[in-house]
Design a protein around this ligand. Structure first.
Ligand code: GDP
Ligand code: MN
Length: 383
């Protein structure tokens, strides 16, 4: 999950990294109040998650209130590279002496963190790497021993070699500590400041922020996860539901919904559907020991997808209990009121109880999954 610039800057502030004074707005009426507060010149920045935002016209320096209103209005209406911002950040413009670069990311090959620092900020790190690779300082950090004083001294020393003064190199290198802390606390894949502006006054200030949080760690950050319901970014609605309830979901283009427990059984079920000439509409693994609630949400997700003509549920109960699954299925059907053919195969732990619950609700589960798969495919053909 990528954070917006303004969200990243909130994080920066909390961790002692200086950012320009700014106001976040969600409509053009709010521009005047923002400008009154921060003064002119100001920078109007569209909050969109597209690369090369500045070059694409998403970042503009304005010198009057009228100009600020005009630029904001235009950005809200036209967006940047086709993406319309929900929010715009208006910041005090600062006089830049030099644009620097600082980030921390993961070197997967070496299995360590890596800090990248450069005296050539303002452009993408890839561009610096292509044009002036010698201007990039790289320092690896073993995650077991963590960031140490000698890492900081090494960054500082190398930055001096690239022409920064003792004072600036030393202050910039110490910012790596703040980034490292953010990286760990947020389970991030990347924390980047580009540009890190060196002002005429000597101050170092983060003009931009880029933070990417590992999607697989989102459950450890409920506040971030919560913000996805307001603004899903590049997640689909179904993916958000899946993450919320803890099942794995991949949407495909067929019409047979597939739910099973365990990735192996789910794939085998998809193969069976394909074997009998059908097309799976998804991969949905409810995982081990799924609760009634999780099953309910999984079934609801497929019931509400109009492309899905039939749902095949294949449960091989181990730590997963058939009675929990059966109750989850019934809950989903009752709650949504959507009638769609369900083909259920259910064996294993608490099978008798599960089967009884389904039968009480007029459903006849299968024991054999090949028969179930054949039946599901036949239903899509109207047989
Ligand atoms: P990006 O294109 O999404 O990376 O947007 P940035 O936030 O990095 O801004 C792009 C460029 O706008 C920066 O590299 C700066 O050159 C310029 N810029 C941003 N804020 C300011 C500011 O306060 N003052 C000045 N003079 N330039 C700024
Ligand atoms: Mn930038």
């Amino acid at each position: 999950m990528r954070l917006y610039e303004y969200e990243g800057k909130e994080v920066f502030k909390k961790y002692g990294i200086v950012v320009p004074e700014g106001v976040i707005i969600s409509s053009t009426d709010m521009v005047k109040e923002a400008i009154d507060k921060i003064g002119l010149p100001a920078v109007v920045k569209a909050q969109v998650l597209v690369g090369g935002r500045g070059k694409a016209g998403g970042v503009k320096i304005v010198n009057s209130l009228e100009e600020a209103i005009e630029v904001t209005d235009h950005l809200f209406r036209e967006g940047v590279k086709g993406v319309r911002p929900r929010k715009i950040l208006i910041e005090k413009a600062v006089p830049i002496e030099k644009e620097l670069y600082l980030s921390i990311t993961i070197d997967r090959a070496k299995r360590e963190y890596i800090i990248l620092a450069s005296t050539e900020g303002g452009v993408d790190i890839e561009e610096i790497a292509a044009k002036k690779p010698e201007a990039i300082v790289k320092v690896g950090i073993n995650p077991l021993t963590g960031l140490q004083g000698y890492h900081i001294r090494s960054i500082s020393y190398k930055l001096k070699e690239l022409g920064l003064s003792d004072d600036v190199a030393s202050r910039m290198s110490r910012l790596a500590k703040n980034l490292y802390k953010i990286m760990l606390d947020l389970d991030a894949d990347l924390v980047e400041i580009n540009p890190l502006a060196l002002l005429k006054t000597g101050e170092l200030i983060a003009l931009d922020s880029k933070i990417i949080v590992d999607d697989n760690a989102l459950f450890r950050h409920p506040d971030l996860f919560e913000s996805l319901s307001e603004d899903p970014r590049d997640f689909t609605e179904s993916e958000i539901i899946a993450r919320k309830y803890g099942f794995s979901y991949v949407e495909l283009d067929g019409d047979v919904g597939v739910i099973a427990n365990g990735a192996g059984l789910t794939m085998a079920t998809m193969d069976m559907i394909a074997h009998f000439g059908g097309k799976p509409a998804c991969f949905l693994d409810i995982g081990g020991g799924a609760s009634r609630e999780r099953v309910k949400e999984a079934v609801k997700l497929l019931l509400s997808n109009p492309r899905i003509k039939v749902i095949m549920i294949n449960i091989y109960g181990g730590i997963t209990r058939c009675d929990e699954v059966a109750m989850g299925i019934i809950d989903a059907v009752t709650e949504t009121g959507i009638r769609k053919p369900l083909v259920i195969r259910m064996v294993g732990t608490k099978e008798e109880e599960g089967v009884k619950i389904l039968k009480e609700h007029g459903m006849e589960p299968y024991m054999n999954d090949e028969e179930a798969a054949k039946r599901a495919v036949a239903i899509t053909r109207g047989e």
